[in-house]
Design a protein around this ligand. Structure first.
Ligand code: B12
Ligand code: SF4
Length: 515
């Protein structure tokens, strides 16, 4: 079959701070290619809908697969599927990815016949069986593992056998120089591990992968890295280097091969403190930027999110990262019940720390525990607003005042960051980027005010809504109180505690862990 894999358009962040290669889709596409299908990939973060329609008209694929990691992309994907079905009525259209897995039935319903199937879970595992069913007996589609179709649902999705078996088809991308993260421009993405053994209430990484945590071997990582041409590398792992041994083994293999890259990764404060030597070593081989999900600066907030880490540990982690000379970005979650005073306190705190601070808004997501435990009612069901930059729960302050405070806080932080960047621009790195023809980073910075703008944020709430996110369940499940295990949220079934590869000291060892 001729199979087209499609990544939807840009998100708010993507326009300013980063735009990453669609690694998950490259992996799924490569699995299909290896099974003998002709494969193409289009990324609408860097191409537009006209390019998509032109490709559809010229190549006339039999199988079109959309990647839907983010809820905010759901309406775009549904409209594209409908437009495609109108011109290629015999094509088979499927949607997969993180968010699609948690909203599968709703996506089929919104599609009104245009979407033949949602494939839940890890795409590499399910795509071949699904494509075999499509090429052979379409009536058996609904029996494929992970498949949800109008006429039924298959058994739960399988895990792939081993992460080392996977290869992303990096050559499928037509505009590789368009991917960047901050000053790492251009940047490629790579995976060292998959899944997360923690269970924060606002996050769906653990419910998607059944709280499993699997590793790619150092040999395989190095092989993949050697095929990457970009000087910058974004490590996509939810929590990098949970296991010191694994982190060292990869780092040493990289040093032996003398691979020189600049890296960006995300991790937790407690992991950073527990594995200091690993991060120190990684600094010596090119680790330049790190993202720490701090989320709250008070114990109550951390407890609410079930981060299983305390404020003092997070602050100690920041100290340590600073001492290594790594540039750190952190995230703080603003709650819709915040008032002006709370924003002012956060602004003050953020100005005191040298880190780049990102502020997101507490947003319950399908697949997270907060989705079923949140007692406040959603004030919008527009998928496009579920991007943690818009308030989907009622705000205590009038909405325009809440956004004014939020944007003011973000702007203060951006200016703090941008001043520093401006200095760079005048002299060194950014200028070098421009001279090499890499304009992503500089262009992103220039789009900041246009993207993060009060009028625009407010008008986003008044747009006509074609598709509404389904409401959280009300039949008993919604009475779950943390730390109750929301077992029926899982996409991949959870495995035994022993297979989660996490040390007791991390999970249960401190005061927060027992709460
Ligand atoms: C990079 C990234 C981003 C980037 C995206 C940049 C870009 N597009 O250029 C940025 C920073 C913008 C971002 C933002 C957000 N992200 Co994010 N992000 C990631 C991250 C770190 C890596 C994604 C990745 O490449 N993964 C590796 C590949 C291999 O996995 P994958 O893409 O999921 O693909 C697999 C499956 O999903 C599936 N699949 C994917 N596509 C398809 C297609 C088909 C047809 C099929 C069958 C299967 C399939 O198969 C793939 C292979 O197994 C993940 C964490 C992670 N480790 O996955 C979080 C993650 C996806 N993000 C998440 C979240 C919550 C967000 C945010 C809401 C806030 C936040 N906490 O960061 C925002 C808001 C986005 C929005 N506006 O809606 C969640 C889940 C999203 C959700 N729907 O619940 C994740 C899992 C992180 C987490 N632990 O919370 N994110
Ligand atoms: S540690 Fe990070 S990835 Fe893991 S559950 Fe918590 S927020 Fe999600």
């Amino acid at each position: 079959m001729k199979a087209l894999f499609v990544h939807p358009g840009p998100l708010l962040y993507t326009k300013v701070f980063l735009r990453l290669e669609p690694l998950g889709l490259e992996l799924v596409a490569e699995a299909a290619r290896r099974a003998g299908h002709a494969v193409k990939l289009i990324d609408l973060q860097v191409e537009d809908h006209n390019d998509y329609h032109r490709l559809i008209a010229q190549w006339r694929p039999d199988f079109i697969a959309f990647s839907c990691n983010y809820l905010a992309n759901v309406p775009e994907i549904i409209d594209l599927a409908k437009e495609t079905k109108a011109v290629l009525p015999r094509s088979f259209i499927c949607v997969g990815g993180h968010s699609a897995s948690f909203t599968a039935r709703a996506i089929i319903d919104h599609g009104e016949g245009a979407i033949d199937c949602v494939l839940k879970g890890e795409g590499e595992a399910g795509i071949i069986t699904l494509m075999d069913a499509v090429a052979g007996d379409r009536a058996s589609v609904a029996k494929s593992p992970g498949a949800v179709a109008a006429d039924g649902e298959g058994p739960p999705p399988h895990f792939i056998h081993h992460l080392d078996d996977l290869r992303p088809d990096r050559d499928l991308l037509r505009h590789r120089r368009k991917y960047f993260i901050g000053i790492l421009d251009p940047a490629a993405s790579i995976e060292f591990s998959r899944g997360c053994p923690w269970d924060c209430s606002f996050c769906s990484a653990w419910t998607f992968y059944g709280r499993s945590y699997r590793l790619v071997s150092p040999e395989r990582v190095v092989e993949d890295l050697m095929s990457i041409r970009e000087p910058g590398v974004f490590i996509v792992d939810d929590v990098a280097f949970i296991h010191a041994k694994h982190g060292f083994a990869i780092g040493e293999a990289i040093a032996r091969k003398d691979i020189r890259k600049k890296y960006y990764l995300e991790t937790r404060g407690d992991v950073l403190l527990r594995n200091k030597e690993v991060f120190r070593f990684w600094k010596s081989i090119g680790l330049e930027y790190m993202f720490l999900g701090i989320e709250a600066i008070d114990e109550e907030g951390l407890r609410k999110f079930r981060k299983r880490v305390c404020v003092s540990k997070n602050l100690e982690a920041l100290e340590f990262a600073r001492s290594l000379g790594i540039e750190v970005a952190i995230n703080i979650i603003a709650d819709p019940d915040w008032g002006e005073e709370r924003f002012a306190t956060i602004r003050e705190w953020c100005m005191e720390v040298p880190e780049i601070v990102n502020i997101s808004i507490n947003t319950p997501y399908p697949g997270t525990e907060s989705w079923v435990t949140e007692e406040r009612h959603l004030c919008t069901r527009d998928y496009r607003l579920f991007d943690i930059q818009h308030a989907v729960l009622p705000t205590e302050l009038p909405l325009p005042v809440f956004y004014r405070e939020l944007l003011e806080t973000q702007r203060v932080l951006f200016r703090k960051h941008f001043n520093w960047r401006s200095a760079l621009l005048a002299g060194s790195e950014a200028l070098q980027l421009l001279m090499r023809g890499q304009t992503n980073f500089v262009r992103g910075m220039m789009l900041y005010n246009k993207t993060y703008n009060l009028e625009k944020m407010l008008s986003d709430h008044t747009q006509p809504v074609s598709y509404e996110i389904p409401l959280p369940p009300t039949d008993g499940e919604s009475t779950l109180k943390p730390p109750a295990r929301a077992t029926n949220l899982y996409i991949h079934a959870p495995s035994e505690r022993a297979s989660r590869h996490i040390e007791n000291s991390t999970e249960f060892g401190d005061a927060i862990g027992r709460m």
